[in-house]
Design a protein around this ligand. Structure first.
Ligand code: ZN
Ligand code: ZN
Length: 334
């Protein structure tokens, strides 16, 4: 595997492998193309979008190259309920078990909080063999605390015996791209800070020369006393400048009135916009962020918080990014 400093060179000529065998004739409800007249590179089907409050709708995003039916699943808070809703809406024409087993080719877990992996654990008896990718801290917790025979049967190839080996835990090295079996995508992982000492992960997904960035839960650098977001912006800045980055999926858990000591490693609208200013610095300026799709994930329900978050984001959106508020089982073309 190449180191992060070399990854630009490495993956330019990737042949894509489309699979139309599986039906995916869905209505596209939310279309957001970064550049006018450019064809979408990715299809995202959110299986769950919230950061709490509803166990049937927690962070989980299926991502595939546009027109392809081989998905990866970025976080897996909710799996089956999202698939069932997608089937109901005509997005998948198959049974939930078929979609679970044959459409999800790999999982990527940003961090081991339950709202990001409960769906994976609960559905594991009905799933089939596939890899679970993540950074070391995350996979260790998955093996030691969840697939431990005390919490749940050990379907992995690590930890307590007997290991049922349905899931292979694929530990990622920071910044290296991994080619994902049965898909035409590659994914690299970058560390995030999520209320120290809790860590989290950002996944950079690549198909041909297009990219999609998904961040798990993250605090702002200013509050986390960290440079991890800044380091990430520095890495993806050139991809924004060249318009190869098709979208950023990032959390805004709370509205601006959340007290700093109660953020617990999350972002508010103001903190996100400050971070996007840093991204602009590494992308050649604000103009390069104009129309960049920014998908707002992980809002924590409560009172009228979600309405406030939306209003505050629109008010503070001086760089003119295209704000997208994902909905469960509503495909997004990027
Ligand atoms: Zn979370
Ligand atoms: Zn979390």
């Amino acid at each position: 595997m190449k180191k992060s400093t070399q990854w630009f060179r490495h993956f330019i000529a990737q042949s894509c492998r489309f699979s139309f065998l599986f039906l995916l004739s869905f209505p596209v409800l939310s279309v957001a193309l970064y550049a006018q007249n450019s064809k979408p590179v990715f299809t995202v089907i959110p299986l769950g979008v919230k950061g709490g409050g509803d166990e049937s709708n927690l962070s989980s995003y299926l991502v595939a190259p546009a027109g392809d039916s081989n998905f990866i699943c970025l976080d897996a808070g909710t799996v089956r309920a999202g698939i069932q809703y997608a089937i109901k809406k005509g997005i998948f024409k198959a049974t939930p078990d078929y979609v679970l087993q044959n459409s999800i080719r790999a999982y990527f877990i940003s961090h081991p909080h339950l709202d990001h992996l409960a769906g994976l654990v609960i559905n594991s008896p009905d799933d089939n063999s596939k890899p679970i990718y993540g950074l070391s801290f995350c996979l260790s917790t998955l093996a030691d605390k969840y697939f431990s025979w005390k919490s749940w049967a050990n379907f992995t190839d690590r930890g307590e015996s007997p290991q049922l080996k349905k899931y292979t835990l694929q530990e990622m090295t920071i910044g290296d791209f991994y080619k994902i079996d049965k898909t035409s995508m590659q994914v690299a992982a970058f560390p995030l800070s999520h209320s120290t000492p809790q860590e989290s992960t950002a996944f950079l997904v690549k198909h041909d020369d297009g990219y999609l960035l998904y961040l798990g839960d993250t605090g702002a650098d200013s509050i986390e006393k960290s440079t991890r977001l800044s380091d990430l912006w520095k890495t993806v800045g050139p991809l924004v400048a060249s318009k190869q980055l098709k979208a950023v999926f990032i959390e805004v858990s709370f509205s601006n009135d959340q007290k700093t000591e109660q953020l617990f490693g999350h972002l508010t609208p103001d903190l996100l916009m400050k971070e996007l200013t840093r991204l602009a610095d590494f992308s050649g300026g604000n103009a390069f962020l104009k129309h960049l799709p920014v998908v707002i994930t992980h809002q924590k329900p409560g009172g009228d918080r979600e309405r406030k978050i939306k209003a505050e984001l629109h008010r503070a959106n001086t760089s003119g990014v295209r704000l997208i508020f994902p909905e469960q089982a509503s495909p997004i073309q990027l």
